[in-house]
Design a protein around this ligand. Structure first.
Ligand code: ADE
Length: 341
């Protein structure tokens, strides 16, 4: 099955390796998501005291907010081994059976893009999560038999950008908790950028950090990517490892990222809804076709931030551009007096 990950890492292939270079290596280096971290700390400490693996966890939220990073940090805190796979990588029952039987006691199994797990794999996971039992059906019809294998105690940590697509039986088995990662605050992104700048051995002036943070969609993965582009710009134009506000502005302008953090594709999406479909409502399929994007990319990459900015609304009849979107693009909403906008 082809991997159709509609994340920014698909569009910017260097993001994944960047993630690992700049990824926090210690619990205390992880900035933000404070409530989640407090809850997880308790889970970790309690499980350690009982000498048991922590219960299964589910992280969800938009791409790039640090779901994978959290899973790796939990493993590090516990001194546990982490084995990583993803929904689309697990095609057949044999794939998940092999992953599960290769787990040692206390291991963490991380499954990214859990919403892309197929039904057969989910069904193997239910008993595995609930009572560490691997139930495999051999054969078909009246001669079919179930073989049961006992698995080592393990913790499943799953991550998804689309919690609504997870079946409710699967969701209900995350007994350790289901945690929603939030967009970061401006000061948190600035701190993340300063930490990354020191790892990359560049000086990031405070105003430059503020500017990059403002246009980062409050997403560390995007902030770090923009920081690297600013570093490149400084290197080429000033031969110096100092990122000033002027360098940040010029880099972001060159990347066509506007003051609200919208990229060319985001503006094109709003522009099409407004100009071709009179502001909406218009269906997801139609938007995807008109913008030449995957439906899932529109839904998982572009829409969450446009909705957060109040530029787009999802209604039962389709997507609508808001008055703010018209204003941002310098367009006038029909029926609205220019004096009011
Ligand atoms: N890099 C990416 N996400 C981060 C986070 N939450 N804290 C620190 N550095 C990060």
């Amino acid at each position: 099955m082809a991997d159709q990950t509609p994340t920014h890492s698909k569009q910017y292939p260097e993001d994944r390796s960047l993630d690992t270079t700049l990824r926090p290596q210690k619990w205390d280096d992880y900035i933000g998501q404070e409530t989640i971290k407090r809850n997880l700390s308790i889970l970790i400490r309690a499980a350690e005291a009982r000498k048991e693996p922590i219960e299964h966890l589910l992280f969800y939220g938009p791409a790039g907010l640090g779901k994978t990073t959290l899973a790796y940090l939990i493993a590090k805190e516990l001194g546990a081994q982490i084995k990583s796979t993803s929904g689309p990588a697990l095609e057949r029952v044999g794939d998940i059976a092999s992953v599960l039987t290769n787990l040692s006691s206390g291991d963490i199994l991380f499954i990214d893009e859990a919403h892309r797990l197929n039904k057969l794999i989910e069904e193997v996971l239910y008993p595995a999560m609930e009572n560490r039992s691997l139930d495999i059906v051999i054969g078909k019809g009246p001669s079919a038999r179930i073989i049961q294998l006992e698995l080592q105690p393990f913790t499943l940590i799953a991550a998804t950008t689309r919690i609504a697509l997870l079946s409710s039986p699967l969701r209900s088995r995350f007994s350790g908790g289901i945690f929603r990662l939030e967009f970061y605050t401006q000061p948190e992104v600035e701190r993340i950028l300063q930490r990354s700048a020191s790892l990359l051995r560049v000086t990031l002036e405070a105003q430059a950090a503020a500017e990059i943070a403002k246009r980062s969609r409050f997403t560390p993965r995007i902030a770090n990517r923009l920081l690297k582009r600013c570093r490149d710009y400084a290197q080429v134009h000033t031969r110096s490892p100092v990122i000033t506000q002027e360098i940040a502005d010029k880099t972001l302008e060159l990347l066509q990222i506007d003051r609200q953090g919208l990229e060319q594709q985001d503006r094109a999406l709003l522009d099409i809804i407004i100009k071709k479909f009179s502001g909406g409502p218009v269906g997801l399929q139609t938007i995807a076709a008109a913008t030449s994007e995957d439906e899932s990319t529109v839904e998982e990459v572009h829409e969450p931030y446009l909705i957060r900015l109040g530029f787009l609304e999802r209604t039962p009849r389709g997507r609508c551009a808001t008055a703010r979107a018209y204003e941002h693009l310098g367009l006038q909403k029909p029926g609205q007096s220019p004096l009011l906008s």
